[in-house]
Design a protein around this ligand. Structure first.
Ligand code: GTP
Ligand code: MG
Length: 428
């Protein structure tokens, strides 16, 4: 098929015609099929708890899910922030929930404890999902999705203002995860202070451009309640697993000498609002936002980093094959360039070494010649000395012989003298 035909087919969008059915066909059961399939498959939901050590994270999780998750207390002397995920299988009616609670252990304890490990953890979960998606044989159907659906950010109930660490951390996380800020241990702050504190926090979040999760108002069924709840953020919560008798009912509460703080009493705290919004109304939206907004952003950046790009309007539409070919060519030419560079480097090195060796050889040769000359000079000097000595010896010998001859003559002469004297005496 010619390319122009293909374009014509892909661009043609015929208007669908509305027809009425003659009787019951049955595709109105599609939503039920979907529900049934989802229920069989089960759901996963992943909560990240960020807040300083001992702020009440574990207690709130236990209170929210009405169970006791086995968690250990964190020490205040952790060397760095460590992410501790724990997964549980929960069942309510016939619905299975694979719940992962991730604790940012050691966060906010000391100055050097920053948000980087938290960001890295969130990215790592996105990366795992992306890798699964990019596999030839993917199994997304039974893939354990560990992407973080919500970050409950526990604010310390100082009544004062947000710490700069809180603002910096939330700013770093807001494009990666749905943040729901909550004021922890809200029973430790008075009602009027709490009201002011909430306003102050929201003001600070807005002025610092921190985007927190907004409960969706586009679905009619929940738009009203969500809009009301958005105005209550950040929720001021109290956690407790203790049960106290109030009237003739056992309720979860914190008991003090001056009274009882009931966790599920909306006059006492926003726990019910949080549970309603997080679990009963917006859990699916949190999951969806994670996939369609945060993961999408991560995926786009990652694929762009890898060189994939959508068309920019007038050019050809995005083609995986073309991008792959272009990348392959780019990679091969880069490889060739590197190879050539290395070959040239090797040749240069060999040349350099050759030159160095030649220079060394020339130096050695020069040294040898010099030594040879010195040696010959020495030899010549020694030879001359020897000749001189020989001459001296000869001269000495000659002189010695002459002296000896003279001596023997003199000796002979002295031995003849007394005889002549005797002869002379006899004559006279
Ligand atoms: P780590 O995991 O060790 O960082 O602590 P955590 O944040 O999980 O805190 P945890 O739930 O262990 O609670 C620490 C202490 O705070 C416990 O003594 C809880 O009883 C208490 N606590 C928890 N929630 C509340 C609350 O809402 N109000 C008050 N006043 N105390 C609370
Ligand atoms: Mg804990």
């Amino acid at each position: 098929m010619a390319a122009t035909d293909l374009e014509r087919f892909s661009n043609a969008e015929p208007e669908p015609r509305s027809l009425s059915l003659g009787g019951h066909v049955g595709f109105d059961s599609l939503p039920d099929q979907l529900v049934s399939k989802s229920v069989t498959q089960g759901f996963s939901f992943n909560i990240l708890c960020v807040g300083e050590t001992g702020i009440g994270k574990s207690t709130l999780m236990n209170t929210l899910f009405n169970t006791t998750f086995e968690t250990e207390e964190a020490s205040h002397h952790e060397e760095c922030v460590r992410l501790r995920p724990q997964t549980y299988d929960l069942q309510e009616s016939n619905v299975h929930l694979k719940l992962t609670i991730v604790d940012a252990v050691g966060f906010g304890d000391q100055i050097n404890k920053d948000e980087r490990p938290i960001v890295d953890y969130i990215d790592a979960q996105f990366e795992n999902y992306l890798q699964e998606e990019l596999k030839i044989r993917r199994s997304l159907f039974d893939y354990h999705d560990t992407r973080v659906h919500v970050c409950l950010y526990f604010i310390t109930p100082t009544g004062h203002s947000l710490k700069s660490l809180d603002l910096v951390t939330m700013k770093k996380l807001d494009s990666k995860v749905n943040i729901i800020p909550i004021i922890a241990k809200a029973d430790t702050i008075s009602k009027s202070e709490l009201h002011k504190f909430k306003i102050k926090i929201m003001g600070e979040l807005v002025s610092n451009g921190v985007q927190i999760y907004q409960f969706p108002t586009d679905d009619e069924a929940v738009a009203e309640i969500n809009a009301v709840m958005n105005a209550h953020l950040p929720f001021a919560v109290v956690g407790s697993t203790e049960e106290v008798k109030v009237g003739n009912k056992l309720v979860r509460a914190r008991q003090y000498p001056w009274g009882v703080v009931q966790v599920e009493n909306e006059n006492h705290c926003d726990f019910v609002k949080l549970r309603e919004m997080l679990i009963r109304v917006n859990m699916e939206d949190l999951r969806e936002q994670t996939h369609s907004r945060h993961y999408e952003l991560y995926r786009r950046c990652k694929l762009e980093e890898m060189g994939f790009q959508d068309s920019d309007g007038d050019s050809q539409p995005f083609s995986l094959q073309e991008t792959y070919e272009a990348k392959r060519k780019e990679f091969l030419s880069e490889l060739q360039r590197k190879e050539e560079e290395m070959r040239q480097m090797f040749v240069n090195k060999v040349k350099e070494t050759e030159l160095e060796l030649k220079e060394k050889e020339r130096e050695l040769h020069e040294k040898f010649e010099h030594l040879k000359r010195v040696h010959q000079e020495e030899k010549r000097k020694v030879e001359e000395k020897r000749r001189e000595l020989e001459e001296e010896t000869n001269a000495f010998n000659r002189r010695k012989a002459a002296v000896e001859a003279l001596q023997s003559q003199a000796l002979h002469a002295t031995s003849q003298q007394p005889l002549r004297k005797d002869k002379d005496k006899k004559k006279s």
